[in-house]
Design a protein around this ligand. Sequence first.
Ligand code: ZN
Length: 303
Amino acid sequence: MLHGQKHPADLGYAEITAQLQELASTYDCQLISIGKSVLGLDLWTIRLGTGSRSVYLTGAHHACEWLTATLLVRFCRAYLAANRSDAELSGVRISDLFHRTAVWVTPIVNPDGVSLARDNLRAIPAHLQADLIKWNGGRTDFSTWKANIRGVDLNRQYRAEWHQAYRRGPKAPAPKYYAGRFPESEPESRAVAKFIRTLEPALLVCYHSQGEVIYWDYRREAPAKARRIARELSRLSGYALVAANPQSAGSGGLKDWFIHEFRRPGFTIEVGRGINPLPPAAFDSIWRQNLPLLARLPAFVLT
Ligand SMILES: [Zn+2]
């Protein structure tokens, strides 16, 4: 690759937004904003399919895991194109699923954080910069930042033993693990939770990095079919199954709240292997591992 040339998988909020808008003007799909970030950026969400049984996919809850947004947008494009041309995607005829299911996708839950992790303070309002540097331990390199722009870890914000998540984490804004002052205190997590309460999806997948593992349970509250689906997702991706994340028991995590609240299948998929942020060069193998899984997700809500 030539010096200074960006890797095609290296997409930030502006590029992801442009791609979603292009998809919305090219294909049969719907693009909505489910809310705004702290800094006023739209939380773009796209619907693929016209059916009533729904799947909901989220990416980039954590700032330094922005490669998950590229994965989801690439999937949206492939799914819509396969539907239009009546073609198979990874062996699945998408037009058979398109009118029976709806796949909703929020590629970037944490756009302010993604901007901070990708570009440091360049696009961050001046009045916020001193606090951010303080919360980051005096460093001006934010590349490993996970939280939102207020230093709240958005995947510790949901109503799944939130108090435990708060007790175990920092008690003030930080690059990661601060659960905030109360559940859903942040506009990003509040918007996602509200959207889920309205949509009531039959299945949820939260994309994170890294580890090449799939978490599928929470306090043994996942329904019986979640284990069966998890085994299939593991087979399709080659990722290992873990019942629950021991690091974040009672984590305030989205998939934990979803399982607890709806007793429906919810999964956290950790893509890639290495240190966050994963290099864009990791994208091709992540795509190969996840496309067979993603193409089959809607079929799981029909059985
Ligand atoms: Zn994460």
